[in-house]
Design a protein around this ligand. Structure first.
Ligand code: PMP
Length: 425
């Protein structure tokens, strides 16, 4: 372990993040389980990349079959990309019927921002102050974690608005958030940059997945449209049925975005991501930027991505997300009755968690306790993480085949950890 850390530092450079005080060295995965180099088994409660389960046989078979037949770039004709985009866009409402495939979510968001520029002739972007959208020169400025120290002076194009926080900031119908967006739009217009787009994850997953009524985002979307800008929904985390109630989380929000970006779960670990938009936006973008992506949408990526869609459907994984999410929230609420350090429980399908506080009345965030819990869970063989506006929210986001038997293990382990870890110690 120490040796691997030293080699990482020497070969990959400093400042690379790892999960947990004691990083995990994984060598094998299957379904919702992972094994480390010593043969120890971990329950994976965090990996949304392995959407349909680690080493899913249908996905592995599709990957191997296509890799053994042909892999090449997208300047050749191939039906794989067409069949996939046809199938993918069938899950979206009109007019979202065209797509560009990329290799990462960052690239997808970069394209989305350029689409907004192509459509509006302006470059100003509004995002929340606790989000992460990726790491290209432009997109990295949207993110409030991993904020770059330098970066071509692009930071001036961005305005950050306060992230929604259902636990502390009452905003039942999204009007308060919409007013913040409106002020940011006005500021961009006043400054001469101009407003091009509002970009949000429709479940605000990096912000701490606040509890929101269906349609909560509609007022902010209307503000963006009225101002002549685009609504970009970053579904890199929230898509492919994870919300349980809908295949895409923006559908739960009752909005039809101008652009939707996809990534992480799309290839179950294989690097494939994408941008879905209307014919009109696509046509304008393809004229304004003569975009080409060597690897994005190659035959292997498309075969893998198709197998992921097949598996979500065949295994009824969206329904599973809904069932397990509801059950998980109930189990977490039962824990909250016994453990006062849990201030709030939240759930959006197969994403659920609890916020830790030092004082329930004042709702004072306790990020240090959240850290201790995450590490203690890891030591007991359950992998999860924490994030949110105050870095104090357990984020539990397992592969979609996570079942009730796995939830039992997760909740049992959490109960033991909360019993053992004294917040005052
Ligand atoms: N958008 C969101 C919401 C993300 O969570 C991430 C990755 N954490 C990205 C974009 C960037 O994706 P990638 O790492 O594939 O570039």
């Amino acid at each position: 372990m120490t040796d691997l850390m030293a080699r990482r530092r020497a070969l990959l450079g400093p400042n690379m993040s790892t999960f947990y005080d004691e990083p995990v060295h994984l060598v094998r995965g299957e379904g919702v389980w992972l094994w480390d180099a010593e043969g120890r088994r971990y329950l994976d409660c965090y990996n949304n990349v392995a959407h349909v389960g680690h080493c899913n046989p249908r996905v592995v078979e599709a990957l191997c079959r296509q890799a053994g037949t042909l892999n090449t770039h997208t300047r050749y004709l191939h039906e794989g990309i067409l069949d996939y985009v046809d199938r993918l866009t069938a899950t979206f409402a009109e007019p979202l019927k065209t797509a560009i495939l990329t290799c990462t979510g960052s690239e997808a968001n970069d394209i989305a921002l350029r689409m907004a520029e192509a459509m509006t002739g302006k470059r100003g972007i509004v995002a929340t102050d606790a989000t992460y959208h990726g790491n290209t020169a432009l997109v990295s400025h949207l993110s409030r974690s991993n904020v770059p120290e330098v970066g071509f002076g692009l930071g001036g194009l961005i305005r950050h608005v306060e992230a929604p926080d259902s636990y502390r900031i009452p905003d039942p119908d999204g009007q308060r958030f919409a007013a913040k967006v409106e002020a940011a739009v006005a500021d961009l217009e006043r400054s001469g940059v101009g407003f091009a787009a509002l970009i949000v994850c429709p479940l605000f997953l990096n912000e701490g997945f606040p509890t929101q009524a269906e349609g909560w985002l509609r007022p902010a979307a209307e503000v963006a449209r009225r101002a002549g800008g685009l609504l970009i929904c970053d579904e890199v985390q929230s898509g492919f049925g994870r919300s349980g109630s809908h295949f895409w989380a923006h559908q739960r929000q009752g909005v039809v975005p101008d652009v939707v970006t996809l990534g992480k779960p799309m290839g179950n670990g294989h690097p494939v991501a994408g941008v879905v938009t209307s014919e009109a936006v696509m046509a304008r973008f393809r004229t304004a930027f003569r975009y080409f992506n060597t690897f994005g949408g190659n035959p292997v990526s498309c075969a893998v991505a198709m197998a992921v869609l097949d598996e979500v459907e065949a295994q009824g994984l969206q329904g599973n997300a809904r069932r397990i999410g509801t059950l998980a929230a109930a189990r977490l609420r039962a824990l909250a009755e016994r453990f006062p350090m849990i201030g709030d429980v939240r759930e959006s399908g197969m994403v659920f968690g609890a916020e830790f506080v030092t004082d329930r009345a004042a709702k004072t965030p306790d990020p240090a306790y959240a850290d201790r819990v995450v590490n203690a869970m890891r030591d007991r063989g359950v992998l999860l993480s924490k994030l949110g506006r105050h870095r104090n929210t357990l984020k539990i986001r397992p592969p979609m085949p996570f079942g009730a038997e796995h939830l039992d293990i997760l909740i049992g382990t959490l109960e033991a950890v909360l019993t053992d870890l004294d917040p005052a110690a």
